[in-house]
Design a protein around this ligand. Structure first.
Ligand code: SAM
Length: 268
């Protein structure tokens, strides 16, 4: 019989599975508490944009094009490593995050790297500070999984993008929500229905977070209704070899961990 639980944890080093630990809306505080450990463990590059753990970077995926002179907005920028990479390529880079600790790390990193990134402390769904049709690329790596109402984000982003410009984002693949990759005995057992839309509460280093499950059809329909045309949808396989990140699990070889989407703004 299929064993199904209402909650499931996500990949994280030293996770401890427990139910209902993170009330919805507490993610900003959780990221404040977790920022230092995350940045130390993830050790992300600042010379190339990344899409997720143990998958090819922009150096291989090549979804963003030439960014020289472009205005780029990163949503859920965390330590701003991707924005720094964009700035190094000559972009005018802006980053938004709701965690002051992540932004404090980002500020220090920008200084150390000698690049300018305009950092904003805000919810990524609140883009009122950005002029309409002023942005050439909106980018987001692994932040949209924390957002319940992605359609609102798609509408906000649509307003600020120039016509034909792309929104490129990665998020946890919805198929990965079905398993518990920290179960030492049966990490590939289906524990949660693909069709279960309830929030996913989990602990990471003793800190509670909440993720939201977005199915591929919901993402497709949400983007299409908001006035985008999806031109790239990727389920990248893990890089075949090389040093693994702290997030690595053998389950990555069997179930796609990350979904990458590029959607272009169509006419208004
Ligand atoms: C997994 S981290 C990824 C950070 C960065 N993109 C990277 O690849 O390292 C998720 C980030 O999204 C931010 N975040 C999550 N939900 C957000 C929201 N609703 N508004 C703004 N930032 C958010 C968190 O504070 C955190 O910095």
């Amino acid at each position: 019989m299929l064993k199904v639980t209402a909650r499931i944890r996500r990949t994280g080093p030293n996770t401890a599975y427990s139910r209902g630990v993170s009330p919805s809306g507490a993610n900003a505080a959780a990221w404040d508490r977790h920022a230092a450990a995350y940045q130390q463990g993830a050790a992300l590059p600042t010379d190339v944009a990344h899409y997720g753990p143990d998958i090819p970077t922009e150096a291989d995926l090549r979804l963003l094009g030439d960014l020289h002179g472009k205005r780029v907005l990163e949503l859920g920028c965390g330590g701003a490593q991707c924005s720094i990479a964009f700035a190094k390529q000559g972009a005018v880079a802006m980053g938004v995050d709701f965690s002051s600790e992540q932004l404090a790390f980002a500020r220090r990193l920008c200084e150390r790297e000698g690049v300018r990134v305009e950092l904003h402390h805000s919810d990524l769904a609140d883009l009122a500070f950005v002029r309409a049709e002023s942005i050439d690329l909106v980018f987001s790596a692994y932040a949209f999984g924390y957002v319940e109402d992605l359609n609102r984000v798609f509408r906000q982003v649509h307003r600020v993008l120039k016509r034909g410009a792309p929104l490129v984002f990665s998020l946890p693949h919805p198929a990965y929500d079905m398993i518990d990759d920290d179960d030492p005995k049966s990490p590939l057992l289906v524990r949660r229905s693909y069709f279960d839309r309830t929030p996913i509460d989990y602990e990471w280093n003793g800190i509670g977070f909440t993720d939201y499950h977005h199915t591929i059809s919901e993402l497709y329909m949400g983007l299409t209704r908001a006035g985008y045309r999806i031109d790239v949808l990727l389920e990248p396989e893990p890089t075949p070899s090389g040093p693994r990140s702290i997030f690595w699990r053998e389950a990555f070889r069997y179930v796609p961990r990350t979904l990458v989407v590029r959607a272009r703004k169509e006419g208004i």
